[in-house]
Design a protein around this ligand. Structure first.
Ligand SMILES: *[C@@H]1O[C@H](CO)[C@@H](O)[C@H](O)[C@H]1NC(C)=O
Ligand SMILES: *[C@@H]1O[C@H](CO)[C@@H](O)[C@H](O)[C@H]1NC(C)=O
Ligand SMILES: *[C@@H]1O[C@H](CO)[C@@H](O)[C@H](O)[C@H]1NC(C)=O
Ligand SMILES: *[C@@H]1O[C@H](CO)[C@@H](O)[C@H](O)[C@H]1NC(C)=O
Ligand SMILES: *[C@@H]1O[C@H](CO)[C@@H](O)[C@H](O)[C@H]1NC(C)=O
Ligand SMILES: *[C@@H]1O[C@H](CO)[C@@H](O)[C@H](O)[C@H]1NC(C)=O
Length: 383
């Protein structure tokens, strides 16, 4: 589902002091905490000397706060790496570095007195595309969190193209430039192990105190955890659910599935969301579908491409650029706000159902066809 595109245009950022992305759409604003969890049982494959595998995470928690403050979207070192990376990966002349450098997210202020996070919402782990930093999904993660979920986005060592740690040092991913299916499968297994490690650490009060100092050394319950992601991260959420029964639901945004599930299949609820493919379907999903034994829904979203499922469209619009012109081939022609609305609505319905043990309702059953005209049900079962 990835393609090389050739687009010639100039990326113009009209502001010099940064631009603000829209407030998250849900009932809550969000707090954002960036921190790390270290797995001392595994090493970081991209560091030569044996070094424990440290995951950098962004934790978005729903909170009531009457005012928000703008925070940097991406560290400079990460943003400066992305422009040339995307130019090479997609054969485009546009340089996305300024778009990432100048974006600002509205989040609740750090002062504990000014906001009260909702602490008992379901926890959603979010894994991004192969090579892609977790930061490309800040806006989507924040939008989902505003519906009452704690959303944790993950950088995977050895896979994410550059990881900038909270102390400022950065490590470049060292994987193959163009992985084959087996190599993709190996990445998903490492990512799924990261997910299980994070769920383990939710019960580790010390680790949670280190990750979320404002909240202090307290455990999170692990009985309302689900996982989702884009591209390889979406495929990872399905593998992770196959390996870890604590994962109650999975959502895959346009991620081809590599590797295999346990022979008995997977009973966890799985939502598949495809880019517009017209009269074909992803053959890896055709093969996956019969192995999914629980509630399952396969959607296709018109006017989207594989790269629609990140913050790029929202960032372009928020920075005052036209998303329907030269960008449409790469990012799809869907209106950015509509994309966010539909992804948030389906994610909320799916994950709330999954953690309750009963996935269904009119939206998922296709009984609200006029709500999101871009969305078509390809197949569904057990809803
Ligand atoms: C990249 O884009 C250029 C200019 O549009 C084109 O000439 C070239 O063939 C493209 N390269 C690849 C590998 O697609
Ligand atoms: C979220 O913050 C905005 C200011 O950015 C404020 O107008 C709004 O009322 C806040 N919403 C909630 C639910 O706290
Ligand atoms: C990051 O880059 C921006 C824009 O180039 C610059 O204004 C800012 O000072 C840089 N921040 C840091 C921490 O270096
Ligand atoms: C809990 O977290 C602390 C701090 O990261 C770590 O030292 C400890 O080994 C962890 N305990 C377990 C059982 O993982
Ligand atoms: C699918 O659509 C493409 C392009 O629109 C067309 O060329 C092709 O013949 C169609 N295939 C089938 C089986 O309908
Ligand atoms: C896709 O976009 C086109 C052009 O904006 C629009 O006419 C069409 O209605 C959209 N398709 C759907 C299913 O919304």
């Amino acid at each position: 589902m990835q393609s090389m595109l050739s687009i010639v245009f100039l990326l113009l950022i009209k502001t010099t002091t940064g631009y603000l992305v829209p407030d998250p759409p849900g009932e809550y604003n969000v707090t954002l905490t960036v921190g790390t969890l270290t797995d001392y049982t595994r090493n970081d494959p991209s560091v030569a000397t044996p070094t424990p595998r440290t995951l950098v995470l962004s934790v978005f928690q729903p909170a009531k706060c009457a005012t928000t403050v703008p925070v940097t979207y991406m560290p400079n070192t990460t943003a400066e790496f992305q422009g040339p990376y995307l130019q090479q990966q997609f054969n485009i002349s546009a340089n996305f570095t300024p778009l990432f450098l100048e974006a600002r997210l509205p989040v609740c202020p750090k002062a504990p007195s000014s906001c009260s996070p909702l602490d008992d919402g379901p926890i959603l782990l979010f894994s991004g595309g192969w090579n892609i930093p977790r930061l490309y999904y800040n806006v989507l993660a924040s939008a989902i969190a505003s519906e009452g979920f704690t959303v944790i986005t993950i950088d995977h060592p050895g896979d994410t193209n550059i990881i900038t740690y909270p102390d400022g040092h950065a490590v470049i991913g060292d994987g193959p430039g163009n992985p084959d299916g087996d190599e993709y499968a190996q990445y998903t297994y490492a990512r799924a192990a990261d997910a299980s490690f994070i769920i383990d650490q939710l019960s580790n009060a010390t680790a949670m105190g280190g990750l979320l100092p404002q909240r202090g050394p307290r455990q999170f319950p692990t009985n309302r955890v689900a996982m989702m992601g884009h591209s390889l991260g979406g495929a990872t959420s399905i593998h992770a659910a196959g390996q870890d029964t604590r994962i109650r639901g999975a959502i895959d945004w346009d991620g081809s599935f590599f590797g295999s599930l346990p022979p008995s299949g997977l009973s966890t609820p799985v939502l598949l969301v495809s880019e517009e493919l017209g009269n074909v379907t992803d053959p890896t999903w055709d093969a996956l579908w019969p192995q999914l034994k629980g509630p399952k829904l396969w959607l296709e979203v018109a006017n989207t491409t594989h790269m629609s499922f990140s913050d790029a469209l929202v960032l372009l619009q928020a920075s005052g650029q036209d998303t329907t012109g030269a960008f449409a081939d790469l990012l799809g022609s869907i209106a950015p706000a509509e994309l966010v609305r539909l992804l948030v609505a389906y994610t909320t319905a799916w994950m709330n159902g999954a953690v309750r043990g009963k996935v269904g309702g009119p939206l998922l059953q296709g009984k609200e066809p006029r709500r999101f005209p871009e969305v078509k049900t390809v197949s569904s079962s057990n809803l």
